[in-house]
Design a protein around this ligand. Structure first.
Ligand code: CA
Length: 459
């Protein structure tokens, strides 16, 4: 006679097995991360932009979720990308400064002790490609083709010129003056090649080609446009779309964003053509806020790229997973670029290293409304060179630097960080400082000297 407890156990096992089989029956989703460079919070239609139409980028938000409080982990390119690509605070592994372009410097990006999203997904059968700006290390051990990416089409440094006739150097090592590294030929995998189109269009072409190539297996496409990062360059076909913008800087910036938007449209159209909408998670975000130098607009946020204010770290952020995230979702709780790795890990079966847990969360239950809790009770930022820390808990944000006046803002009522509330909230500040003290304990110092440590100084 079968004992009741044994029967219950058997039924439980059957339920678990059926659930597992159902999960296995759903093919793992593709992942596309579309990252722009130095795009302002207000410079997408879904955040209210009027003078630069972005109908294709807006499709991601309209057909999925617009995250009004979407953050990156740092206010400039390199460290922000290191956090995004690993799903872990870059402070854990010392990627705290923009990497130097000197390929002889080890650990000048994401060290090999960390896994990036491509390295997480390769063991579970994904085909992977990185397109565009890398800026996660130029050392031969840190380049995309040895860091989990089957394919690479782009450049290794932190910015690039856009017109093909200006790409005259074969390698970073050929740089003789400052900013020469913006003139290197585009790499296909590790080989410099001659390109013929405006760089943004080259990257869009490569993205569409990759989706066609990889359509029969799960794939991960990291599409990291360097637009609209300086230098401000655009051809007439995009400039001519903005006859009413008279500020020349804003006009070129608008043209550059518009070229990206065309590319996003081509990527989305390709997914639709191949009937991959339901099985592809698409993230769109910028790597940091708009700088004060490229014609970008972060309104209503305070300040710009490089600063601990919202204009430095809060970015345009949208996610689409057709059939899973309801169309038209507007999500106002803080989310992070850290969540991209955690989301795809959860839905692909990828296994992060047990001793290096991800700092993000699977966003799907939050964006589909099934989980009403808060994805991140706190989010943290560390500006290592300035010894400055930031924590956001709920709507409260503390900017803290030893020896300076604390800055406490209520972002729910004061998105522009105009009213410093520090005088009436000493206890709250003490509690938030304690959270920072706890958070920073396992964090490490920089692994390399940064972009200015090479023979050329950064401006
Ligand atoms: Ca950037």
């Amino acid at each position: 006679m079968i004992r009741l407890s044994t029967l219950r156990l058997s039924v439980a096992c059957l339920v678990i097995t059926l659930c597992t089989l159902k999960a296995l029956a759903d093919p793992p989703p593709n992942l596309i991360v579309i990252l722009t460079d130095d795009q302002g919070y207000a410079d997408v239609g879904f955040n209210g932009c009027k003078d630069i139409p972005t109908p294709n980028i807006d499709r991601i938000a309209q057909q999925g979720a617009r995250c009004t409080n979407g953050y990156v982990t740092f206010a400039v390119c390199g460290p922000s990308r290191a956090g995004l690509i690993t799903g872990r605070y870059q402070d854990r592994f010392g990627a705290l400064r923009n990497p130097t372009v000197d390929p002889s410097v080890p650990n000048n990006g994401v060290p090999t002790s960390e896994k990036n999203i491509a390295e997480l997904l390769k063991p579970v059968g994904y085909t992977t490609m990185a397109i565009g700006k890398w800026h996660l290390g130029t050392h031969p051990d840190l380049r995309p083709t040895v860091r989990g990416f089957d394919h690479f089409f782009g450049f290794l440094s932190g910015g690039h010129r856009y017109f093909p006739e200006e790409l005259t150097l074969d390698r970073e090592e050929d740089s003789k003056t400052q900013w020469d590294w913006y003139k290197t030929k585009i790499l296909r995998n590790d080989k410099p090649i001659v390109t013929h189109k405006y760089l943004t269009d080259e990257f869009s072409d490569a993205a569409v080609d990759f989706i066609e190539l990889a359509k029969n297996k799960p794939f991960f496409l990291y599409l990291a446009y360097n637009a609209p990062h300086a230098p401000l360059q655009a051809p007439p076909q995009y400039l001519n779309r903005f006859p009413n913008i008279t500020n020349p800087k804003r006009k070129t910036y608008a043209a550059m964003v518009s070229a990206v938007d065309d590319g996003v449209g081509r990527v989305l159209d390709k997914l639709h053509e191949l009937k991959l909408d339901d099985n592809t998670i698409v993230f769109f975000l910028s790597d940091n806020g708009g700088p004060d130098s490229n014609g970008s607009n972060n309104w209503p946020l305070r300040r710009h790229k490089g600063t601990p204010f919202e204009g430095g770290i809060r970015v345009p952020f949208a996610v689409r997973w057709t059939g899973k995230i309801p169309a038209g979702t507007v999500y106002d709780k803080p989310v992070s670029s850290l969540d991209i790795a955690a989301t795809i890990a959860h839905h692909s079966g990828a296994k992060p290293a047990q001793d290096k847990p991800l700092d993000g969360v699977d966003l799907v239950p939050f964006l589909d409304g099934s989980d009403k809790t808060t994805p991140h009770p706190q989010l943290y930022w560390r500006f290592y060179n300035k010894e400055l820390y930031v924590v956001r808990e709920g709507d409260t944000k503390l900017i803290y630097k030893d020896g300076e006046t604390d800055q406490l803002y209520d972002l729910g009522k004061d998105i522009g960080e105009k009213s410093n509330l520090y005088q009436d909230h000493a206890d709250e500040i003490t509690a938030l400082r304690s959270l920072i003290d706890e958070w920073k304990k396992p964090m490490v110092g920089p692994l390399s000297g940064g972009i200015s440590s090479w023979k050329f100084k950064e401006d």
